[in-house]
Write a protein that binds this ligand. Structure first.
Ligand code: FE2
Length: 145
């Protein structure tokens, strides 16, 4: 089981995004531990459901920020998010039908995907956000639509 320790090099510089990335990785880890320790299905299902909801919340928050500043890469970034939303949704359905489909490898895959996404697409997005003028202002999640 590979545990992920947050690396400050993964920070995008946008506090809200970084906090949510850390929270997402913590969710992956909680799920990984639950699978590794053979927790009963009724404890794993809510974790997985929470993760799926949180993935959607996080992606929607990023998309809101990209929209506010008119980020030119929005459509491409959103398409990547949509593919991952679909993948997590399928995972949730598959695990409901057959809990054995939810393996440590699946969570490792999601973790790797997220770290790559953070370091590539999210970093590009954050650079644009940092240079964008506007009312959204980093560190003020209250003004995010
Ligand atoms: Fe993203």
């Amino acid at each position: 089981m590979n545990m992920v320790i947050w690396n400050p090099a993964w920070e995008t510089g946008i506090t809200l995004i970084d906090q949510q990335h850390q929270a997402l990785l913590a969710q992956f880890e909680a799920l990984l531990v639950a699978i590794h320790e053979n927790h009963p299905e009724d404890r794993i299902q809510p974790l997985l459901q929470f993760l799926a909801d949180y993935v959607d919340t996080h992606f929607s928050m990023e998309e809101g920020l990209m929209q506010v500043v008119g980020y030119p890469g929005l459509a491409g970034h959103q398409a990547i998010h949509d593919r991952m939303r679909a993948r997590v949704g399928q995972l949730l359905e598959a695990a409901k039908d057959n809990p054995a489909t939810l393996t440590e490898e699946v969570i490792d895959f999601l973790t790797d995907w997220l770290l790559r996404h953070i370091n590539e697409e999210d970093r590009r997005m954050a650079q644009h956000l940092q240079h964008a003028e506007g009312a959204w202002m980093r560190d003020e999640p209250g003004v995010v639509p």
